[in-house]
Structure formats: structure tokens, C-alpha cells
Design a protein around this ligand. Structure first.
Ligand code: GDP
Ligand code: IMO
Ligand code: MG
Length: 428
């Protein structure tokens, strides 16, 4: 049962990093297949906290081979900063392999990300400003720079000049910024070429061979279903395929090699950046969730918007990804509430919607219809067996399981690696 995909169910920050780390001991390979350093995964191991952005979290497990797949956009400066930081803490990253087909984020992508957001004014997406959208736009527009281009200076120069041709008009005439010189970009990219070269290979071939040998490969998604460029709350999304299908296209393995699709879902909901969020709380309960759950962004330090659990979203994610198992994180955060509302359907201008509305305007107008569950006050952070949870906590989990059309296999009761209740094994 070797191909396991980890995907976010909601709007990110569900605890995907911790879930990958949890599988670490039984994993041979971990692959990042989408996004770039817009992600922020916090993993706590033995009291030590690690914050990863570009590297897959699985790299923290000794002996695991880490891969950055073709679907990722790489900021090379960030790559080496992260590798150096982990090296300084004694983590061996020598097994990292990077796809020759992954695209690189350059200075002009970061600049364009920031100026486009400023230009959008009130309509801005609230991106992480890391150049993600512009780098994917260039990829789709066929003017992107790939990692392999770094090894042929004349090709690299031609491609950078082609990419900058239009962008400089845009930067100077529309955005009132200075033009960026091709020399500056080429020089910067070439400065990483020697260091990245030994890591670069046909990662798709590597992964297919590993799967042929029966090794366990974990495909670690960044972002989440509701931020997916196709299936999320467009245009308030990221620019990559964050759903399970992206694991195949973003790493070069066939969809039939993905045996298990694990959705990571918080016991409540958060969102960073702009866009619709039906269960969002604007009162002291929302502030309480933020404080108790430490809901502050790992990447940009922004406050995360907070709200109650939204069952139609999990059902939607189950469908879109083909989720076989859910990992429900942060159940411990809800301890101390008298009652816990759960969104079971939406009211859209007087009409009841059981499922996520397909029409954007409807979703913007969707008001949650809540069912309320009794809470619990006992500390659950030390619980390791489902039946040892307070009855009301068990009932809460079982009710959400029923509404999600898939089983909740693991429950998170704290940030630490071992703070989990395993109901069904994720690797068997
Ligand atoms: P990711 O982007 O999906 O990997 O998630 P983040 O790392 O951005 O955010 C999840 C946060 O929740 C991290 O700080 C984790 O350490 C923390 N976390 C994960 N699982 C649990 C859990 O079950 N309980 C608590 N209290 N914290 C958790
Ligand atoms: P992880 O992997 C939460 C959000 C941004 C913004 C939108 C587009 O930690 O769950 P982008 O810079 O990607 O163009 O921004 O997507 N966003 C995330 N929100 N978690 C993430 O990653 C995110 N990555 C991007 O806040 O709203
Ligand atoms: Mg995160």
C-alpha cells in the first residue's frame, strides 16, 4: 500500500506537516508536489519546533528521501536558507532530490506579486507575497524558467529575456516601477547552479522505481482543497493544484499509484487572506479560538480568521480528492466550550443548500445553519485511545465522521508528534 497522499481539507494550516511527520518512521520517500514557500508547516518533535516552508516536512525524519516535484515553484534562495537552517540543527538533508522540470521563482515574480496585489486594492487576494501566482502564470503562459535551464547559460539568458520583455513594459508603464535587467536575473540564478546541480534529476523516474519496489511514498500537499486553483473559492485561491490529482501531475506518477488519500481537517476552521468563509466568527468566540489554537500564520505572521467546523466543506473535499481517511487535528483546542456549533448546511437567501454551492455569489451569501453539540471540560491532551475521550468529545467526532462520508482515522490532541489517537492505521 505504498502511495499515500496528504491533502488539506479546508483553507490550509490544518496540520499537514504534523501528519506527514507522523508517518515519518514508516515512510521511504516524501514528495512535495505543489506550491512553494507560501506554505508554512510547524512540526514539534521532542519539544523542538521546526517551521518549514519550501521543504516537505518528511525531511525531518531520519532516512527519508525527500523530493521536490515538478509541480512545485522553487525560490532557490529560500531553498538553501532552509537547508542551511536544518543543517545547523543537525538534520541530514543530503538525500533531497529536485525535479529538473520544477519552475523557479525569480525576483520579478516576487515584485509582480506585490505590485499586482497593491493594484487590486480592496479586491486583493491577500497572497503571501512570495511570487507564487506570477511564477505559475509564467509556467502556464510558457515563459517560465525551469531548474534545468540553470545549466545552459545561453538558453537561460534567452528565456529570461523573453520573460522580461513584456514584464518590463508592465512594470514601468503600468506599475511605475523600475525595469529589471536580464543580466541581474541570470547572474542571480546562475549563482545557485553549482549547488543545486547534484540534487537535480528525473524525480518522476525515481518515484516510479521506488513504487515498483514497494516502498512507501508520501505525497505531501501544500495549501488545501478550498485554496485549489480549480476546486477552491476562486479567485481567492492559490495558483496550484492542491487537491489529490495534483499529486500525480505534480510528481510524475500515474493516478493509479495513489492508494490512499488522507485529508487533514481541523476540528474547527481557519483561513488566512481574503475570500468567503461562511462560519467565520467576528466575536469573542473567534478571538478565543485564535488564542487557544495559536492561529497566527507560520509564513506571514498574519492573524488567521477563525470559525466553527463546516461539514459541507469536508464532504466536498472528500468528493473532490477521493479521501479515504481523515486526520482530525486540534480537537484539544475545543476543550472548555459549553457547546460547539457545527455548520451542517447553508442558507442562501432563503434557500437551504446541503452542499457547497457551485455558484460563487451563492457561496459568498451562504449563512451557516448550525447544529450544536455539547462540549467537554476534561484535559484530553494525554488521551491516546478513542474510548478514553470524554463521551461528548467522542460524540462530536462520530457526528463529524457521519457528516463527512469518510472515516476519521486519526485525531490530534496536541501539537507534539505523539499527541494523537489512532483509530485506523494510515499505512497497512
Ligand atoms: P500545515 O500548514 O497544514 O502543516 O499546518 P500549520 O503547521 O500551518 O498549522 C498547524 C498548527 O497546529 C501547527 O502549529 C501544529 O504544531 C499545530 N497542531 C497540529 N496538530 C495539532 C493538534 O492536534 N493539537 C494542537 N493543539 N495543535 C496541533
Ligand atoms: P499551508 O501549506 C494557508 C493563501 C494566502 C492567500 C492565497 C493565495 O501552510 O496550509 P499565494 O501566496 O499562494 O498566491 O496566496 O492562499 N495561502 C495559504 N493559506 N496556508 C497555506 O499553506 C497557504 N498558502 C497560500 O493567504 O489567501
Ligand atoms: Mg501552514
Amino acid at each position: 500500500m505504498p502511495g499515500i497522499v496528504i491533502v488539506g481539507v479546508q483553507w490550509g494550516d490544518e496540520g499537514k506537516g504534523k501528519a506527514t511527520d507522523l508517518l515519518g518512521e514508516r515512510t521511504d520517500w516524501v514528495v512535495k508536489f505543489n506550491g512553494g514557500n507560501n506554505a508554512g508547516h510547524t512540526v514539534v518533535i521532542g519539544g523542538e519546533k521546526y517551521a518549514l516552508h519550501l521543504l516537505p516536512s518528511g525531511i525531518l525524519s531520519p532516512g527519508v528521501n525527500a523530493v521536490i516535484g515538478n509541480g512545485v515553484v522553487i525560490d532557490l534562495e529560500v531553498l538553501f536558507q532552509e537547508l542551511d537552517a536544518l543543517g545547523a540543527r543537525g538534520i541530514d538533508t543530503s538525500k533531497l532530490r529536485v525535479s529538473a522540470n520544477a519552475h523557479v521563482i525569480t525576483h520579478y515574480h516576487r515584485t509582480l506579486d506585490k505590485v499586482t496585489e497593491r493594484f487590486l486594492g480592496k479586491r486583493q487576494i491577500g497572497t503571501t507575497g512570495r511570487g507564487i501566482g506570477p511564477a505559475y502564470a509564467d509556467k502556464i503562459n510558457r515563459v517560465g524558467i525551469r531548474v534545468q535551464d540553470l545549466f545552459d547559460e545561453s538558453i537561460l539568458r534567452q528565456k529570461v529575456e523573453a520573460a522580461l520583455d513584456q514584464k518590463n513594459h508592465l512594470l514601468v508603464k503600468i506599475f511605475n516601477r523600475r525595469a529589471i535587467s536580464a543580466d541581474e536575473i541570470v547572474e542571480d540564478l546562475l549563482s545557485y547552479a553549482d549547488r543545486v546541480r547534484p540534487m537535480v534529476c528525473d524525480t518522476g523516474l525515481l518515484l516510479n522505481d521506488a513504487l515498483d519496489r514497494g516502498e512507501v511514498v508520501v505525497f505531501e500537499g501544500g495549501q488545501a482543497t478550498m485554496l485549489d486553483v480549480d476546486h477552491g473559492t476562486y479567485p481567492f485561491v492559490t495558483s496550484s493544484s492542491a487537491t489529490a490529482g495534483g499529486a500525480a501531475t505534480g510528481s510524475g506518477v500515474g493516478p493509479n499509484r495513489l492508494d490512499r488519500i488522507v485529508g487533514i481537517v481541523k476540528a474547527y476552521t481557519t483561513r488566512v487572506g481574503a475570500g468567503p468563509f461562511p462560519t467565520e466568527l467576528f466575536d469573542e468566540k473567534g478571538e478565543w479560538l485564535r488564542k487557544t489554537g495559536f492561529e497566527y500564520g507560520t509564513t506571514t505572521g498574519r492573524l488567521r480568521r477563525t470559525g466553527w467546523y463546516d461539514a459541507p466543506i469536508t464532504r466536498y473535499a472528500t468528493r473532490v480528492n477521493g479521501i479515504t481517511d481523515l486526520v482530525m487535528t486540534k480537537l484539544d483546542v475545543l476543550t472548555g466550550l459549553d457547546e460547539i456549533p457545527v455548520c451542517v448546511a447553508y442558507d442562501v437567501d432563503g434557500t437551504r443548500f446541503e452542499e457547497v454551492p457551485v455558484n460563487q455569489t451563492d457561496f459568498h451569501h451562504a449563512k451557516p445553519i448550525y447544529e450544536t453539540f455539547p462540549g467537554w471540560s476534561e484535559d484530553i491532551t494525554g488521551v491516546r485511545r478513542f474510548e478514553d475521550l470524554p463521551q461528548t468529545a467522542q460524540d462530536y467526532v462520530l457526528a463529524l465522521e457521519e457528516m463527512s462520508n469518510t472515516r476519521i482515522s486519526v485525531i490530534g490532541v496536541g501539537p507534539a508528534r505523539d499527541a494523537v489517537i489512532v483509530r485506523h492505521d494510515l499505512v497497512d
